[in-house]
Write a new protein. Structure first.
Length: 103
């Protein structure tokens, strides 16, 4: 689970600065689709952090193509590292969106 503002969230979630925490359409790393990443575009991030669960795994580049084509950075790390990085980037005033997968 991911705990955000003392609320526990199970499953895959998206965290953005101007939106409530929401469910992410991706159900697991192996089920990632291009559409899952394209769904993040309306949030207008400058960078997307992908938390891949308990270990770092890199999705195929064709999956993140919608973000790359929109000149949005994509950083991939395990979910605990993505949570820490999200907090740091938010403190710096960056426009960051995090998409967290659970194991």
């Amino acid at each position: 689970f991911v705990e955000i503002n003392k609320v526990r969230h199970d499953g895959s979630v998206v965290v953005a600065p101007d939106s409530p925490v929401s469910r992410w359409s991706a159900t697991s790393f192996d089920a990632l689709r291009t559409e899952d990443f394209a769904a993040l575009l309306p949030l207008q991030p400058e960078v997307v952090l992908l938390g891949t669960g308990g270990r770092q795994r890199f999705p195929h580049s064709r999956l993140t193509r919608p973000l790359v084509d929109a000149r949005i950075g994509v950083e991939v790390m395990d979910t605990p590292a993505a949570c820490r990085t999200y907090n740091i980037l938010m403190a710096e005033g960056r426009r960051v969106v995090a998409a967290f997968l659970q194991d």
